[in-house]
Design a binder for this molecule. Structure first.
Ligand code: SF4
Ligand code: SF4
Length: 141
């Protein structure tokens, strides 16, 4: 399977998830607050496929501080189309965490099945760990 096929499969999953979120009426002011991980009291985790898609091939995304997303500029996400499953699910406006947890579980299980189908390693880890791993791989090229 080519990289384009992998990207298409992942974007189809993201489109399904965006529709599920829209159906629930969750809204986001795009204030960027939750992209300050430490300040907001959480960490962004994603799979190997998601990290590869998010970071892409260009030189942006240099991460010097694990407490904030490197794709946040002037409190705006500069990778909105490529943002991860967790970025898409988390909504501070969602009432009660149960529905968000249930959707997260369903989305993660679909993502895991996608990895299996594509024969890709899962490597679910923090964005910081993905970044550090990528740095090592790039230095070996
Ligand atoms: S989910 Fe909430 S905190 Fe995060 S960007 Fe949207 S409005 Fe801001
Ligand atoms: S990818 Fe975008 S939405 Fe996700 S944490 Fe980074 S800046 Fe925020």
């Amino acid at each position: 399977m080519t990289r384009t096929d992998r990207t298409e499969a992942l974007t189809r999953l993201y489109a399904w998830l965006d529709a599920e979120v829209a159906r629930r009426g969750w809204t986001c002011r795009a204030c960027g607050e939750c992209c300050h991980f430490a300040r907001h009291g959480h960490e962004l985790f994603c799979s190997a496929l998601e990290a590869a898609y998010l970071f892409g091939d260009d030189a942006s995304g240099e991460m010097t501080d694990p407490s904030v997303c490197p794709f946040l500029e002037n409190e705006r996400c500069t990778r909105r189309d490529r943002r991860t499953l967790s970025c898409r699910i988390y909504h501070c406006s969602a009432s009660g965490g149960d529905e968000m947890s249930a959707l997260s579980e369903e989305a993660l299980s679909r993502l895991k099945r996608l990895h299996e189908r594509l024969g890709l390693p899962w490597r679910y880890a923090s964005l910081w760990r993905h970044h550090e791993r990528r740095k090592v791989l790039l230095s070996q090229e």
